[in-house]
Design a protein around this ligand. Structure first.
Ligand code: ADP
Ligand code: 5GP
Length: 230
């Protein structure tokens, strides 16, 4: 494709949607891929903005027609990335951002190895639980079993972190947003002109997020998930 494909995954409640919205205001020439899902709209979500909300039957027809680059079942609902999102970004020479779960991300990494993968994680299971609770209270939908399930799932997803090129610990929002922006800009600089180095500051920030050499904040967050059972 003409642009770069960025894949972002994170355990639910880590702050991925918050960070993605910030990124889209900080960086130009990048599109967000609007996924298809069979889950019902939440809070103020609108069809065609956060997701294309669809029926299970329609989703299954799209699978059969080969319309998806990847799809997966997450928390009992289907989610998928349309091949057409990729085609459109390619046509317009823009980068494309996929916000997808670990199962879907692994499928895309296999099909398109040049994709740049980024894993976002919270600093600890306690912080994750607090964010899940705050969000569900704001949406008047606190269900203990759902929160429990998401915390358990988070530990499982973290086991796949080593497949991703970058990791961002979303502790302080501004710092995490700066890291995400630096990764996009530094990958762009390398893609557009491999000989030229990215803006020195962005390149240094991006390098500190590489999973190949876990930085102290990443190691601390991983330890928190291994040692503390919230
Ligand atoms: P996700 O998309 O990963 O499920 P959200 O972006 O919906 O997560 O964030 C979950 C909750 O945590 C939201 O209420 C959001 O406002 C809050 N949040 C996100 N990032 C931070 C942060 N760095 N510090 C404090 N709260 C945060
Ligand atoms: P939510 O229902 O909270 O918006 O999303 C639940 C999970 O589904 C998140 O991890 C999100 O990244 C993932 N997701 C959203 N769209 C897609 C998609 O198109 N494909 C896959 N595999 N996962 C998706």
């Amino acid at each position: 494709m003409a642009g770069i494909l960025f894949i972002i995954s994170a355990p639910s409640g880590s702050g991925k949607s918050t960070l993605v919205s910030q990124l889209l205001t900080l960086v130009e020439r990048i599109d967000f891929s609007i996924s298809y899902t069979t889950r019902a709209p939440r809070g103020s979500e609108l069809d065609g903005r956060e997701y294309h909300f669809t029926t299970r039957e329609q989703f299954e027809r799209m699978i059969a027609a080969g319309d998806f680059l990847e799809w997966a079942e997450v928390f009992g609902n289907f989610y998928g990335t349309a091949v057409s999102a990729l085609d459109q970004a390619r046509e317009h020479g823009r980068d494309l951002l996929l916000d997808i779960d670990v199962q879907g991300a692994l499928q895309v990494m296999k099909k398109l190895p040049a994709a740049v993968s980024i894993f976002i994680l919270p600093p600890s299971p306690q912080v994750l639980e607090m964010r899940l609770r705050n969000r569900s209270q704001a949406e008047h939908m606190t269900i203990e079993s759902v929160i429990e399930r998401r915390l358990t799932e988070a530990r499982e997803e973290l086991k796949q972190l080593h497949h991703y090129r970058y990791a961002i610990v979303n502790d302080i929002l501004d710092q995490a947003a700066t890291e995400l922006r630096a990764i996009v800009l530094s990958e762009r600089a390398t893609f557009e002109c491999p000989e030229a180095s990215a803006d020195a500051v962005d390149a240094v920030i991006a390098d500190t997020c590489l999973t190949s050499s876990p930085f102290p904040r990443l190691q601390a967050a991983l330890d928190n998930f291994t040692n503390n059972h919230a």
